[in-house]
Design a protein around this ligand. Structure first.
Ligand code: 5GP
Ligand code: MN
Length: 324
């Protein structure tokens, strides 16, 4: 069990104020919340006089490079640190090699599947984004949020809620977004750049996935192959948010298979409200939220598809049975 909230917050605040050289990292295939939380945290602590190195093993994806100071995020930690912070990742493996083998002092996250792997773990599964946790607590811990940090944190909230429309949205989350606007963050511009804008290559990559869309009852799935990235010139190893678009189709569960280098397949599940696909992702060594979860599974696309579709069909059948 973690400690009661008040003493946990007091310890986090005093440890962050005592730290000198901080390493802050987030997860592989970073999304808007990973980059937003990392910049929001890193820039706020830098403004308080801390040395903070921000590291993402996969670097910043093209679609998030508009964020101010994103260019300071590195792919590898360099130098010595006295404090290590992991943001928006529910297990250590998700960070890639960003920590370089160092133990994590502090983990701030909002995944229900979090393994509490750090010395101090602030995990709020009710929070819409790790960026929302930071928007709420950084000022309480004594770290002011400036314009650039606010823009990053608002981007994390916008992207993780797909524009304030996921089923976990709350009035409190909207108030945090409003606070960030009051710090100067430009909501319409960040919304457009973080969520609305797609590169030409990303649109063609979507096209490859959309032509392969399949359906079996309430289950919808598609596949992106490594060869698709090459043929359309898409540089990322993510799905360019295709699965979030597919979550607005009429399936109960949507699954996206994204072939990765090294004989692995990244699987993303999305579910309609009231279903919990995080338990499926956990079965395959991954994690996430009830409505959005993922896992990286070794094997060929065909093998992984067979196993994942079988388990997901059984999950849907069990749901249908329990409603009878
Ligand atoms: P996505 O499928 O869009 O990558 O991720 C959906 C949700 O599941 C996100 O909250 C993400 O952090 C989580 N997630 C995705 N892949 C993994 C994984 O391999 N391991 C864990 N622990 N969580 C994952
Ligand atoms: Mn997140």
């Amino acid at each position: 069990m973690s400690e009661p909230a008040p003493s946990l917050h007091a310890r986090i605040a005093s440890e962050l104020h005592a730290a000198g050289r901080i390493l802050a990292v987030s997860h592989v295939r970073p999304d808007g919340d990973a980059v937003g939380a990392l910049l929001g945290f890193g820039l706020s602590l830098q403004a308080a006089g801390k040395q903070v190195q921000m590291v993402l093993a996969d670097g910043v994806p093209a679609g998030l490079r508009h964020l101010p100071s994103a260019g300071f995020i590195q792919r590898r930690a360099k130098g010595d640190f006295d404090y290590a912070v992991v943001l928006d990742a529910s297990d250590l493996e998700r960070t890639g090699k960003a920590l370089g083998g160092r133990p994590a002092d502090l983990n701030i996250d909002h995944h229900v599947t979090n393994l509490q792997f750090a010395r101090l773990n602030l995990v709020e599964p009710g929070a819409v984004a790790t960026s929302a946790i930071l928007a709420e607590h950084l000022p309480r811990w004594g770290f002011a949020i400036g314009l650039e940090a606010a823009s990053a944190l608002l981007t994390g909230i916008i992207t993780d809620t797909i524009g304030f429309r996921t089923s976990n949205m709350t009035p409190a989350a909207l108030r945090l977004a409003a606070n960030l606007m009051e710090c100067g963050a430009n909501l319409p511009e960040l919304y457009r750049a973080g969520l609305g804008q797609k590169s030409f290559e990303a649109a063609r990559y979507w096209g490859a996935g959309l032509t392969r869309l399949q359906r079996d009852g309430k289950l919808i799935w598609t596949t992106l192959y490594l060869s698709d990235r090459q043929s359309v010139g898409y540089n990322g190893n993510d799905d360019a948010d295709l699965v979030n678009f597919l979550s607005s189709t009429d399936g109960d569960v949507v699954v996206l298979f994204n072939e990765q280098n090294g004989g692995k397949v990244k699987v993303s599940w999305r579910a309609r409200p009231s279903l919990d696909v995080s338990e499926l992702a956990v079965q395959f060594g991954g994690g996430g939220h009830p409505a959005a979860a993922g896992a990286e599974i070794p094997g060929t696309v065909a093998d992984v598809q067979e196993k994942v579709l079988e388990v997901t069909r059984a999950f849907l059948a069990a749901q249908a049975g329990s409603l009878k």
